[in-house]
Design a protein around this ligand. Sequence first.
Ligand code: NAP
Length: 501
Amino acid sequence: MPASSLLCVTIGRGRHRALIAEHKHLAEQGCKLVELRLDFLMTPPNLKRLLAARPCPVVVTCRREKDGGRWTKSEESRLMLLRQAIAAGVEYVDLEEDIAASIPRFGDTKRIISYHNFRETPEDLSALHARLSGLNADIVKIATMAHGPHDNVRLLRLMRTARIPTIAICMGEFGQPSRILAGKFGAPFTYATFHAERSMAPGQLSYQQMREVYHYEDINTDTDVYGVIADPVAHSLSPVIHNAAFNELRLNKIYVPLRVPREELSQFMHDARELGIKGLSVTIPHKEEICQKHLDKCDDSTHEIGACNTVLLKENRTYGYNTDYAAAMASLDHMFGGDEGASGLRGKTVLLLGAGGVARAIGVGLKRRDTDIIIASRTMERTEELARILKAKAIAWGQRHGVKPHLIVNCTPIGMHPNVDESPIEARYLQSGIVVFDTVYNPEQTLLIKQARDCECTYITGIDMFVSQASIQFKHFTGQEAPVDLMRRVVKQAISPVKVQ
Ligand code: NAP
């Protein structure tokens, strides 16, 4: 099996006692490498105290302010400290490019020659890498600020082709894939922070996130890559749910958040194969453009909806699916009986709230089942446009309580966190016999769902739909049945107000 990469946890504390305690705690958690940031100490670093009986190997780093650190004392005393660390036999020492020549190699200590750029990812990375490699480096470390998803590709490519072990990191939210995928592209290790709220560099993930969500130390050159493309992407629950499912089935696959701005979609799709991407979840703002410009093939319903939320990349071809549609219609078919050909929904009156992407996906399914659709939404123009496509009736938002539906589907964000005391429907309007489907999934128990329960309506929650669409997506990605119960548990935990980080 190809070798995997380690996680190096960076710890910086003002007091020796805290630094030693965190080092011990991490080693007890199974951490195999720790970076001690001497520049965070508020008193002169006592190497003897920090290194004696150290519980796991260390990288010793003392970063100046200009390189993103906190060292404000003399450069002479900093160099002295680094020399002393080497003399004490630390496993690794981090030396910036300009001081590498003045600190000689000694004993078994490995030299990490590092470069940091908090402004940008410079153009000529090969020349930079050659310069650092020439400084008697055991490992080259390059950390640059990413301004778009393509910067990840440039740094990951550098790692893959480098002749000496290289850790190349893109900083910032755009750069998270470079941290998570470092092991796949040959990095000997990558850096994580001790705690999610104590990040040492922009975009750095915590040891717990890297281990428990991304299973970083299981990633190797053979790992298949999946991800979600969106802008913004930080809120997405898809990495948590898909990585948990991959791990449960012991699949050598990783799922990463990929922040891709609208104007960079074409470049990203061009880069996807180089990143090792085999499948993607697609969300706002890319669902329509992917469907129009980047698919070789898609199924009928996806074509009719004109938006796709799942892409498979296979042998130079790109296939698109809409699992929001598939999941929502599976729940409704289960509730009303039958299927698209002979549906229990036929002839039923549906009040569809909202006229966006999800309303359109569910609306196409309802149209195919010959329901009588009435659409109410905020902007009349958009409501009328969707009604035209679905051959439905458009009404003003204020008229929605005049409809007598069998089914209400909420495809607006009303009721979504933090506006949890809002509902798109007044409670007095609901009565038993009406089926209520709320697509909002955070929280699961929206005010609309609570009202439906109180009125003894049957209901489908946004979590039902979210888990179901992700499990259909999982089947597209892996060919295997998804561990649905686990996925549901993981999503509920991720949206619960008390989160353990
Ligand atoms: P979208 O394209 O932005 O559409 C939202 C629609 O709701 C728009 O037509 C919007 O009207 C309307 N709306 C927003 N606020 C309103 C208000 N206060 N009163 C009346 N109408 C209002 O979003 P989408 O992608 O369709 O997603 C809609 C919802 O689906 C999301 O909020 C999310 O909670 C849910 N969702 C659930 C899942 C799942 O798996 N459970 C998956 C995806 C999405 P305008 O045209 O005026 O903007």
